[in-house]
Write a protein that binds this ligand. Structure first.
Ligand code: NAI
Length: 332
């Protein structure tokens, strides 16, 4: 067996972490022969709840978990970690404006970026889940200058999984018979779920999803709005936000970083824009990427028609505004 790796989950007493920790502990992300030491960070008032989570981890009798470190101390949480799931954040409370939420969370990610910079391994892979995820990831990386910017990403995999499932349902296919659905932009209702470059396996042959659907207008209207609003629909039904599916998406995202994407496939994640597809540079924008040797590359050369262009521009504009607000808040 290999040497254990240290993995931190922030917001460890929360609902996403409750599912995620189990997936990590089973070996679903880093491998079924990779022991891990779990670092679990939450805020001081949650330490008792976190203790309960630790008891449950113990009671699961998981062979790959060789250590658990529950803490509210950033210097302990981020010490020598090789992978970081940044889930912890302040939820939106009644009467809170978007800017108040941004303010609270950007400050958390500034502080945690500084701690990653100081204590984590320099090759740590950082996945930001806590909202507003794209802008939190940008600020986290800005305050961790000694860690390569490419090591930071924000999660749009839940949106991608939702979009892939919607296409598979529409075509009456299994989930793995649909590939290369892309999420562009922000993890918010301005995101652009794009199935125009996706393929579906029909009677053993891969063909474009648009062709399989006879160029149905569904791809431009209902599909897009359903995926954009899926999070709100889950909250309306469950009275709580997506947790099991968010944890699965976080696991999928980090697993792809660790082990790479399969040949012929790509995945969506928010990474630092280099200006590809006319997207402004220096925002965390969700692109289609391939991954090998733990390094992502933005897929180039996909066609962008006027419809897609307008969608990309809307979500990029929102991210530029969020960035502007976040930078101003960090100077306060
Ligand atoms: P939750 O409220 O159940 O758990 C959040 C946990 O974070 C709480 O235990 C809280 O005490 C902790 N926390 C707050 N401030 C912290 C800090 N400074 N350091 C460490 N921990 C801190 O929330 P849940 O459902 O687990 O969601 C977590 C975040 O993930 C939210 O921001 C949510 O909006 C976001 N999310 C993102 C998705 C995505 O696709 N990117 C999908 C679903 C949720």
């Amino acid at each position: 067996m290999s040497e254990p790796i240290r993995v931190v989950v922030t917001g460890a007493a929360g609902q996403i972490a409750y599912s995620l920790i189990y997936m990590l502990s089973r070996g679903e992300v880093f491998g079924y022969d990779q022991p891990i030491i779990l670092h679990l960070l939450d805020i001081p008032p949650m330490m008792e709840v976190l203790e309960g989570v630790v008891m449950e981890i113990t009671d699961c009798a998981l062979p790959l978990v060789v250590g658990v470190v529950p803490t509210a101390d950033l210097s302990v949480a981020f010490k020598d970690v090789e992978a970081a799931f940044m889930v912890g954040s302040m939820p939106r409370k009644k009467g809170m404006e978007r800017k108040d939420l941004l303010s609270a969370n950007v400050k958390i990610f500034k502080e945690q970026g500084e701690a990653l910079d100081k204590y984590a391994k320099k090759d740590v892979k950082v996945l930001v889940v806590g909202n507003p995820a794209n802008t939190n990831a940008l600020m986290c990386s800005k305050f961790a200058p000694s860690i390569p910017k490419e090591n930071f990403s924000a999660m749009t995999r839940l949106d991608q999984n939702r979009a892939q499932a919607a296409v598979a349902n529409r075509l009456g296919l299994r989930i793995n018979q649909v590939r290369n659905v892309t999420i562009w932009g922000n993890h918010s209702s301005t995101q652009f779920p794009d199935a125009f470059h996706a393929s579906a396996q029909i009677n053993g042959i891969w063909k474009p999803v648009a062709e399989a659907l006879n160029n149905s207008p569904w791809l431009k209207d209902e599909f897009v709005t359903t995926v954009q609003n899926r999070g709100a629909a889950v909250i309306a039904a469950r009275k709580m936000s997506s947790a099991m599916s968010a944890a699965k998406a976080a696991a999928d995202h980090m697993k792809d970083i660790w082990h790479g994407t399969a040949p012929g496939t790509y995945t969506s994640m928010a990474v630092l824009s280099d200006g590809s597809y006319g997207v402004p540079a220096d925002i965390m924008f969700s692109f289609p990427v391939t991954i090998a040797n733990k390094q992502w590359k933005i897929v180039q050369g996909l066609s962008v028609d006027d419809f897609s262009r307008s969608k990309l521009d809307v979500t990029a504009k929102e991210l530029l505004e969020e960035k502007q607000d976040a930078v101003a808040l960090c100077q306060d």
